[in-house]
Write a protein that binds this ligand. Structure first.
Ligand SMILES: NC(=O)c1ccc[n+]([C@@H]2O[C@H](COP(=O)([O-])OP(=O)(O)OC[C@H]3O[C@@H](n4cnc5c(N)ncnc54)[C@H](OP(=O)(O)O)[C@@H]3O)[C@@H](O)[C@H]2O)c1
Length: 242
């Protein structure tokens, strides 16, 4: 039986990579999915690739007016949200001595602030017993060189999940963080050297596939994870676990 029949899902930053794979799976499992991204052409292509039961809304998750427009569209089209997956995020990698203020602000604006206001602004539309998922990273666990600002900007999501689990428990809304290890998306395009390097640090001996994030997101979105909230689930081939 399909796991998201008649559910409404919103997935930010979903024109490529893991979130696009997730949008495809959610639709295959019976959901109507709203996806976002900043570039109209890529958004249109993603909507076409998903094919049906999908609405594309162009917007920047770091821009609060864009978030308002996203949820106005969701409200007008469907009236509510069952699953909110805040996945839009970005990273720039540099050692302590070379991080600029601009780069620091960009990461915190999208990863920490944008994710916060995505959830806040969706809240009036979120149905009781809904599921909130945020994309973290194992860079919050491993002291990976060059990732101090990126990891710090995502670490706040773990706190959000714990606090909001308490704040939203009366409504049965679950809040979890899905933290990928290295996954084969745009980050690794043309970077075979980087893939090989990463794989050598992963017990399973390879980097992950976007579809392996999608199946975990489906688990967190559906009733299969009905007793899981306030948690972080790492999908990392064991990289940050052993
Ligand atoms: N790949 C990895 O190894 C890895 C590991 C751990 C965590 N993550 C996290 O996983 C998430 C997705 O990564 P990915 O590798 O799948 O990415 P990806 O393939 O590069 O896709 C990123 C998506 O987000 C959109 N996006 C970027 N900035 C946005 C913004 N400000 N507002 C709205 N949409 C935005 C992009 O479209 P536009 O450019 O058109 O906006 C695109 O649809 C991110 O949060 C990332 O930090 C990735």
């Amino acid at each position: 039986m399909k796991k998201l029949v008649n559910k409404v899902a919103v997935i930010t930053g979903a024109t490529s990579g893991m979130a696009l794979a997730t949008a495809k799976l959610f639709v295959a499992e019976g959901a109507h999915v709203f996806i976002t991204g900043r570039r109209q052409k890529e958004l249109d292509e993603a909507v076409a690739a998903i094919g049906s039961n999908v609405t594309g809304v162009v917007g920047d998750s770091a821009n609060l007016a864009d978030l308002d427009r996203l949820f106005e569209t969701v409200k007008a089209e469907k009236g509510h949200i069952d699953v909110l997956y805040a996945s839009a995020g970005m990273g720039e990698f540099a050692p302590l001595g070379q991080v600029t203020e601009e780069s620091f602000d960009k990461m915190f604006d999208l990863n920490a602030k944008g994710t916060f206001f995505t959830i806040q602004k969706a809240l009036p539309l979120l149905r009781d017993n809904g599921s909130i998922i945020m994309t973290g990273t194992i860079a919050t666990i491993k002291g990976m060189e060059n990732l101090s600002v990126y990891g710090a900007s995502k670490a706040g999501l773990l706190v959000y999940a714990k606090v909001w689990t308490n704040e939203l428990k009366a409504r049965g809304i679950r809040v979890n963080v899905l933290s990928p290890g290295p996954i084969d998306t745009s980050v690794f395009v043309g970077r075979e050297d980087m893939k090989t390097f990463m794989a050598s640090h992963i017990p399973m001996g390879r980097i992950g596939r976007p579809e392996e994030i999608a199946t975990t997101a489906l688990f967190l979105a559906s009733n299969d994870s009905s007793f899981i909230t306030g948690s972080e689930i790492c999908v990392d081939g064991g990289m940050a676990q052993v």
